[in-house]
Design a protein around this ligand. Structure first.
Ligand code: NAD
Ligand code: UGA
Length: 480
């Protein structure tokens, strides 16, 4: 007898973060007949998702506010009532964090699945009837097995046998800063599973706005592994281009010319070839380390070493930039004022997780610099957390810039224009578009001479910097 078609009227998403929030907003927008409830343990995050003022949403993502405006209160809801949302749902997306384990077996490499396990137990306990459970978080290969086991144990102990589960893998490929565009027009949607009806129910949701030919279906393990592999390949490209950028700096080549030349080969392609202070973000490092851990676990140490080197080059690249700043500023930056422009890990997001700015700022603070930090979207409270144990200084932006500013401390600058008085150097770490249009001629005379601009993103107007009498260094080019 053929199984009954699964009709999805109610979706619950556990985890209202950088993935859960935007992903569910777009599903609600494109599927007005489906009720979508996004739940989270974090009450203040849910309050922020519900805030009337759309500029107070907990994450900044271009276009997100408009999607929320259309959907919130219509068929999109944010709440902390996890049990009720699960009980109502025909389909539950698990979209919680899966950071690298800090302690115990696999510490420093394996993913910590404690939040995933908690979700599986919550779903097992509160769900009713048939529930399709969708892994949206990025997970180690074969995690679906763990989830199935937890759900299965409840399925058996339930006397009326009224609970039934099916687990699918549906990894998310959105990039921060372009999340809405990526969700509305993805390159592909990947669904892994072994139950035809459940797969169909998820395909039916996506075909509301995505052509069916873009939907790839695979077995569970291929889907889980493809997500880790995609991130590893992307990160590998950045480590590759950054290693060549360092080579350019000693050999007299120019990384922009080299990127263009190699990217014109259609087999290589031109995307993701921008030299930088290194890749940041919550996922590349964590996902590669997870791949490294699994490779060793499955008896493939050479494979593990290969991927681990991608992370090592990234760390080396960040270190070499802070060392280069110290060397250029005559071997000491103690007491010198250095302005960091951009603290998020890339432009168009307020996310600072694994941002190269954290490592580089800490290195400069360790050397005794007075660090001024400006970012158009990152809040000072976030930077306080990120730069622990280094403390911030109050009122350092007064007209007497050095007065209250203690060596080895930092301060937050709310306005770009206020950042430069008495500075010895400016270091551009994020490619925010407004850094490209800074008028260096009006800034140079406020800095201490000789002043430097270090451009780790190749975004600054070099001619303007040089004609203002400042010195200039940019990544991937030789300077005498
Ligand atoms: P996040 O930390 O921003 O959000 C996760 C949320 O889950 C948090 O708000 C947390 O409070 C909540 N949570 C944890 N356990 C819970 C529980 N038991 N019940 C209810 N809520 C719970 O994380 P994120 O950036 O959204 O990433 C989530 C997953 O998606 C990760 O596996 C990540 O690797 C993957 N991913 C992230 C991105 C990205 O751009 N950030 C892109 C693709 C995939
Ligand atoms: C990345 C992937 O691009 C997404 O497909 C994936 O879903 C996501 O990780 C995830 O799993 O979390 P994200 O980290 O948001 O997305 O941003 P990217 O645009 O990939 O940038 C990552 C880092 O690489 C940033 O620090 C960025 O500045 C850096 N980068 C990127 C470069 O240094 N050079 C480039 O050419 C491109």
């Amino acid at each position: 007898m053929e199984e009954k078609k699964i009709i999805v009227n109610n979706i619950c998403c556990i985890g209202a973060g950088y993935v859960g929030g935007p992903t569910m907003s777009v599903i609600a927008d494109r599927c007005p007949n489906i009720n979508v409830e996004v739940v989270d343990l974090n009450e203040s995050r849910i309050d922020a998702w519900n805030s009337e003022e759309l500029s107070n949403l907990p994450i900044f993502e271009p276009g997100l506010d408009q999607v929320i405006k259309r959907t919130r209160g219509r068929n999109l809801f944010f709440s902390t009532n996890i049990s009720e949302a699960i009980a109502k749902a025909d389909m539950v997306f698990i979209s919680v964090n899966t950071p690298t384990k800090k302690k115990g077996l696999g510490a420093g490499q394996a993913s910590d699945l404690k939040w995933i396990e908690a979700c599986a137990r919550q779903v097992a306990k509160f769900s009713k009837g048939k529930t399709v459970v969708v892994e949206k978080s990025t997970l180690p290969v074969r995690t679906a097995e763990v989830i199935k086991k937890i759900l299965g144990s409840y399925q058996i102990i339930n006397e009326n046998n009224e609970k039934e589960f099916c687990v699918l893998s549906n990894p998310e490929f959105l990039a921060e800063g372009t999340a809405i565009d990526n969700l509305e027009n993805p390159d592909r949607v990947l669904i892994g599973g072994d139950d035809e009806n459940s797969i169909k129910s998820l395909v039916n949701i996506y075909t509301n706005w995505i052509p069916e030919k873009k939907i790839i279906t695979t077995n569970l393990w291929s889907s889980e592994l493809s997500k880790l592999a995609a991130n590893a390949f992307l990160a590998q490209r950045i480590s590759s281009i950054n290693s060549i950028a360092a080579f350019c700096e000693v050999a007299g080549a120019d990384i922009e010319e080299v990127s263009k030349a190699i990217g014109s080969d259609s087999r290589i392609g031109s995307n993701f070839l921008n030299a930088s202070p290194g890749f940041g973000g919550s996922c590349f490092k964590k996902d590669i380390l997870n791949l490294v851990y699994l490779s060793r676990y499955f008896g493939l140490p050479e494979v593990a070493d290969y991927w681990e080197s991608v992370v090592r080059i990234n760390e080396w690249n960040q270190k070499r930039i802070s060392e280069l700043i110290v060397k250029t500023l005559f071997g000491t930056i103690s007491g010198k004022k250095i302005v960091i422009l951009g603290f998020s890990f890339k432009a168009n997001t307020n996310d600072t997780r694994e941002s190269p700015a954290i490592r580089i700022s800490k290195d400069l603070l360790e050397e005794g610099a007075k660090v001024v930090i400006y970012d158009p979207k990152v809040k000072s409270s976030q930077i306080i957390n990120d730069l622990e144990p280094y403390s911030s200084t109050e009122n350092c932006l007064s007209t007497q810039p050095h007065k209250n500013f203690i060596d080895g401390t930092w301060c937050f600058s709310e306005h770009l224009e206020d950042s430069f008085d008495g500075a010895d150097a400016v270091v551009v770490l994020t490619e925010w578009p407004n850094f490209a249009t800074i008028k260096w001629s009006s800034i140079a005379n406020r800095m201490r001479s000789p002043g430097w601009v270090f451009d780790s993103r190749r975004i600054v107007n070099e001619k303007d910097v040089l004609s203002s009498g400042l010195n200039y260094w940019s990544i991937g080019r030789k300077y005498n």
